[in-house]
Structure formats: structure tokens, C-alpha cells
Design a binder for this molecule. Structure first.
Ligand code: UT7
Length: 397
């Protein structure tokens, strides 16, 4: 201990939809083959949302609940919830606010972060700085996506690549030197059009025209992104290793964004590191954008691939164009012992109570607005509303 504060990952969890879409399934939809997809990307299958009940928020909430259980943390202890996503539940409110409500994290601020597939590392970096500055004790960082909701299933250049899922980590204040040691964030907006969702924003608001021209689907120049990725991933890895004061040879594992096995192979070659130092699970999930690194991190930890003292690099690239890397010294002993049943039960009870609380608050708002009449109306209901507002400290008037 040296009196400094560090930001340590103390909980982790992931969630993917149950439905699996294999390459063979895709051959029935577009002009492609299993051989092409496997040889050009390494992807064999992906998980996809199957019903309206599944969304970015529901996946994020499932992953977050698991992370909180591992951290053995009550949601009210969270100071902030950040959701990195390119496929938010809505433009607004933020997905993070919806997750905060679903968890019952009533003391937490919440915001979404948009940095393409690099989003999770951006969010981790922000969380780490907030914790180290002393502004929060625990921050929930989530990467969550439902990319298949913005996928053009007639475009073979993109539809074979993406999948859905979420990964979450709890980042907590720690007094021993471990956790996030350095991060590197970068952006080159001149490449914005290389990977873009063209419509639905202020530049091209939703219209018949944007819908009929397919403006609400992912558009990508795959070769350009590939070229960018194979250059920036080795550079970002080297930069973060240097910033942490480490050598490449110190690394126990690199967890890269899971987009294409050829990008990972090229990175290994450029860095002169053996391929088995790179964790790969893209064959099972495809590219889940900002969820890919936290999902991979969960599998690394739960699969026993990391132990206390190991040095890890997380590194990603994506729309923006953006890139990001984080150097992490693992500090939590693994595997984590399963919690005794009373603690598991308590966690389930907290989540059930959060659902009830959220439902009651929504209902209370509706009843209040119905019973008290419109704001500013000077009849008896208006006067009653003013009294109740004053009593509740709402003060709309
Ligand atoms: O998270 C960031 C998101 N994006 C990425 O990471 C993408 C990075 N880029 C890539 O991974 C690769 O560029 C792709 C996998 C997207 C494409 O691989 P490629 O080796 O760069 O292929 P290409 O785009 O150069 O296309 C080669 C050929 C083309 O045919 P022609 O023009 O040579 O006759 C494509 O039309 O492969 C064709 N092709 C396909 N064929 C069968 C493209 N997609 C498919 C497909 N099945 N699904």
C-alpha cells in the first residue's frame, strides 16, 4: 500500500441471446458459404436477439446483474453506470439510465458512451479515472449491442460478421497497485464514413426516403476498416504497454476486439508475439462491437486463463474511426469462490425489489398526472396539484 487509489475490476458478467445463427443458416439468406466466412473471418456462428423482449438494455441488465453478484456488491453502492453501445435502446433516454433503474442503482449517475467497437475500453478508462480521482467508489461499465437490429440481411459484406451480446465489469477503488494501469484512446474522424449508420441522426432524420434507401442499416467499407485495424491495433498495444512501463514480453494475454481472426493474426505477427497470447472467441460470437472485449474478458477469467499478477492488454478499434487500449494488472484471485446461498438469495431479492420499485414509480407518476390534472390549470385540481407539489418539493409551478 502506498496511499494511492487504484481502479480494480472486482466483478464481471456476460449475457448473449439464446438463439444461435450458424454460417449454414446464413447461406439460406444470402449468397455466401461457410468456407468463405470461416476462411475470411474465422466466424462460425453468432448469437442473435430473437424476440422484442430482447434488446440492448435487457442484455446489458443481465450482464450487469452477474457482474454485481461476482463483486458481491449492492446496486445502491454504485456511483456511476456507463453503457458503451452503438445500438442504444433509444436515442434518448440513455440505455445506461434504463439499466440503472432496472438494477435499482439509485445512487448512480448514468450515461451512454458512443465510440464504436472501442467503446468498452473508452468507458473503462473513464471509470478508472473517476475512481482514481475519488469521485466514485464503484462504477459499472457495460458494453452491450444488438447489432443484428441494424443489419441488412441482404448485404453479404456485413451480415455475416455481426452478433449480439453484452459484457459488464464492476470497477472498484483499491488500495494495492493493480487494476487499470494505463489507457490509450484515439480517434480519426476523417474515416467516419468508412463504418457508418447513415440515417436516423440530425444529418439524415428518419423519413420514407431514408427507410427505403436502407439508410438505417450498417454501411461498411470492409477493406478500409481491415487496413486501419491491422495498422492501429499493434500501435495501440505498443503505446499502452509503454505507458504502463511494461515490455511486450511481460504480457500474459492480449484480449483484442473480436472482429476477424486475420486481423488478430496480423497483429501477433507485427508485435512478434505468439498467437496463443491472443484470446480468440469470435468463432462463437462473431463481432459484437463494444460487447466483444468484455465478453472475451469474462471467458478469460471464468476459463482460468488469468491469475493474480498477470499483465493483460485490452485493445480495440471501430467506427469513428476510433481505437483504444488498456493495460490491466490482474488483482483478484481466480477462480472466484461461489457465494453461499444466503448472499445469492439476497442479491436475487434486491433485483426483484428493484423491478417492483421501478414499476411502482412509473405507476405513481401516471396516477399523479391523471389525478392532479394538467400543470397550471387554476381549477380545484390545479390548486391541489400545487399543494401536493409544494409538499413533495417538486415545484413544477
Ligand atoms: O468492428 C469493426 C467492424 N468491421 C471490421 O472489423 C471489418 C474489417 N474487415 C474485414 O473483416 C474484411 O475486410 C471482411 C471480412 C469484411 C471482408 O474480407 P475481405 O477479404 O476484405 O474481402 P473483400 O471485401 O475484399 O471481398 C472479396 C470478395 C469480393 O468479391 P469480388 O469483388 O472479389 O468478386 C466480395 O464480393 O469476397 C466477396 N464477398 C463474399 N463472398 C462470399 C464479400 N462478402 C462475402 C460473403 N460471402 N459473405
Amino acid at each position: 500500500m502506498n496511499g494511492e487509489r487504484y481502479a480494480q475490476i472486482t466483478g464481471w458478467g456476460m449475457a448473449v441471446p439464446e438463439r444461435v445463427l450458424t454460417n449454414a443458416d446464413l447461406t439460406k439468406v444470402v449468397d455466401t458459404t461457410d468456407e468463405w466466412i470461416v476462411s475470411r473471418t474465422g466466424i462460425q456462428q453468432r448469437h442473435v436477439v430473437a424476440s422484442e423482449k430482447e434488446s440492448t438494455m435487457t442484455l446489458a441488465t443481465r450482464a450487469a446483474r452477474r457482474a454485481l453478484r461476482v463483486a458481491d456488491l449492492a446496486p445502491i453502492q454504485l456511483g456511476l453506470v456507463i453503457v458503451a453501445t452503438a445500438t442504444p435502446e433509444y436515442s434518448f433516454p440513455s440505455t445506461a439510465s434504463l439499466v440503472q433503474d432496472a438494477l435499482g442503482a439509485t445512487n448512480a449517475g448514468a450515461f451512454d458512451l458512443s465510440a464504436g467497437c472501442s467503446g468498452f475500453i473508452y468507458a473503462l478508462s473513464v471509470a478508472s479515472d473517476i475512481i482514481r480521482s475519488g469521485d466514485a467508489e464503484h462504477v459499472l461499465v457495460i458494453g452491450a449491442e444488438t447489432l443484428t437490429r441494424i443489419t441488412d440481411w441482404t448485404d453479404r459484406n456485413t451480415c455475416v460478421l455481426f452478433g449480439d451480446g453484452a459484457g459488464a465489469v464492476v470497477v472498484s477503488a483499491w488500495d494495492e497497485r493493480c487494476g487499470v494501469q494505463a489507457s490509450v484512446l484515439g480517434s480519426d474522424g476523417s474515416g467516419g464514413d468508412v463504418l457508418i449508420l447513415p440515417a436516423g441522426g440530425s444529418h439524415a432524420p428518419t423519413s420514407h426516403e431514408t427507410v427505403s434507401s436502407g439508410g438505417h442499416f450498417i454501411k461498411m467499407n470492409g477493406r478500409e476498416v481491415f487496413r486501419f485495424a491491422t495498422t492501429i491495433i499493434p500501435k495501440a498495444t505498443e503505446a499502452v504497454v509503454e505507458k504502463a512501463g511494461w515490455q511486450l514480453a511481460d504480457l500474459a494475454l492480449v484480449i483484442p476486439h473480436q472482429a476477424n481472426i486475420r486481423i488478430i493474426e496480423s497483429t501477433a505477427k507485427r508485435l512478434r508475439l505468439p498467437l496463443d497470447k491472443f484470446f480468440v472467441n469470435l468463432e462463437r460470437y462473431g463481432n459484437t462491437s463494444s460487447a466483444s472485449i468484455p465478453i472475451a474478458l469474462c471467458e478469460v477469467i471464468d476459463g482460468g486463463r488469468v491469475k493474480a499478477g498477470d499483465k493483460l492488454v485490452l485493445v480495440g478499434f471501430g467506427a469513428g474511426l476510433t481505437w483504444a487500449a488498456a493495460a490491466i494488472e490482474w488483482g483478484v484471485p481466480t477462480p472466484v469462490k461461489p457465494q453461499p446461498w444466503p448472499r445469492r438469495w439476497l442479491a436475487s431479492l434486491r433485483f426483484a425489489l428493484a423491478t417492483i420499485r421501478s414499476t411502482v414509480r412509473r405507476a405513481e407518476r401516471r396516477v399523479y398526472n391523471w389525478a392532479m390534472g394538467p400543470v397550471g390549470k387554476e381549477d380545484w385540481r390545479g390548486r391541489l396539484r400545487q399543494r401536493v407539489d409544494r409538499w413533495r418539493g417538486r415545484g413544477y409551478t
